[in-house]
Design a protein around this ligand. Structure first.
Ligand code: NAD
Length: 309
């Protein structure tokens, strides 16, 4: 098949490109390199089945493809808050452009949505039916509300134009090729521990998160794309850890002497987030397989190479 991956030079996108290339597909990787990096995909540059397109998805593009994995969008608060209007544009105009393309060439379209559509949830864990508790005027809104509109657009193209859509709601994912300066908790802790500087905990560390290793997520995305179930479907690891537990685990694995320091919680930071993956198990026969310590080891090895050479 000929498959387009928008955001294919990014963290999740590049792992997806690897899997699709290894399966023998023709892969078009589209990216504007805002947070993505050519080094993530350079292993494919000389492969005739691989094509790299530098393009910003807020502008339309014409391509012939069978499937579209739509991942292009900055994913960490530091990057999506840098230019919040642009983030909304990417989610609204970018998703419109990609859905228009899917409609024109009759391609199947998978949207990489997010657990952020649940906002600061008052239901725990979150099933797909939960409609969320989102602040529409906060500093995270460009991303949360942007993704909610992207889902709306996908479902309207499905109902109105019969585009074959799939919607994945992705929960915290981590792994090799994350940007070390993306401000996300795993990359922060790992980079700090490797540099021998204190690990920064925001708040008292009792807030919880669930962490899915990237290869598990990519498997879930591919199963959803090639399944009849439209979604939305949660993809994440239900194992729940406090931020303090995560810090202590990384401290033990990298640098037992590293200090932990505490800073105030940022605005709109959710207290808890944990996926209910009943639907993913039922419809996709999917669940995460990589335990946290194993995934952290792979991440630490990757960061060690980047930081310590
Ligand atoms: N990593 C996570 O924990 C997580 C959680 C929930 C949802 N997601 C979603 O998964 C997708 C991928 O996330 P990621 O973690 O790999 O982030 P990432 O920032 O590494 O990847 C996003 C990619 O999109 C590209 N991009 C951004 N704006 C673009 C534009 N206007 N035109 C073309 N390309 C553009 C970036 O350069 C980058 O390569 C995103 O849509 C994100 O919202 C990720």
């Amino acid at each position: 098949m000929r498959i387009l991956v928008t955001g294919g030079a990014g963290f999740v996108g590049s792992h997806l490109v690897d899997r699709l290339m290894n399966q023998g597909h023709e892969v078009l990787c589209l990216d504007n390199f805002y947070t993505g990096n050519k080094t993530n995909i350079e292993q494919w540059f000389n492969n005739p089945h691989f094509e790299l397109i530098r393009h910003d998805i807020t502008e339309p593009i014409r391509l012939e493809v069978d499937q579209i994995y739509h991942l292009a969008c900055p994913a960490s608060p530091i990057h999506y808050q840098f230019n919040p209007v642009k983030t909304t544009k990417v989610n609204v105009m970018g998703t419109l452009n990609m859905l228009g393309l899917a409609k024109r060439v009759k391609a199947r379209f998978l949207l990489a949505s997010t657990s952020e559509v649940y906002g600061d949830p008052d239901v725990h864990p979150q099933p797909e039916e939960y409609r969320g508790n989102v602040n529409c005027i906060g500093i995270r809104s460009c991303y949360d509300e942007g993704k909610r509109v992207a889902e709306t657009l996908a479902f309207d193209y499905y109902r109105e134009h019969k585009v074959e859509i799939r919607v994945a709601r992705i929960f915290n994912t981590y792994g090799a090729r994350m940007l070390e300066n993306d401000g996300r908790v795993v990359s922060n802790f790992v980079a700090q521990a490797l540099r021998g500087i204190p690990l920064t905990i925001y708040g008292d560390g009792s807030q919880t998160r669930s962490f899915c290793y990237v290869s598990d997520l990519v498997e879930g995305l591919m199963r959803l794309m090639n399944n009849d179930y439209v979604g939305p479907v949660n993809l994440g690891n239900p194992g729940e850890y406090t931020i303090l537990q995560l810090a202590q685990t990384i401290q033990e694995m990298v640098n037992p002497d590293a200090e932990l320091i505490y800073k105030p919680l940022p605005e709109d930071d959710p207290r808890q987030r944990q996926p209910d993956i009943t639907k993913a198990k039922h419809y996709l026969d999917w669940q995460p397989t990589i335990p946290l310590v194993e995934g952290l080891k792979l991440t630490i090895d990757d960061f060690r190479q980047k930081i310590q050479g």
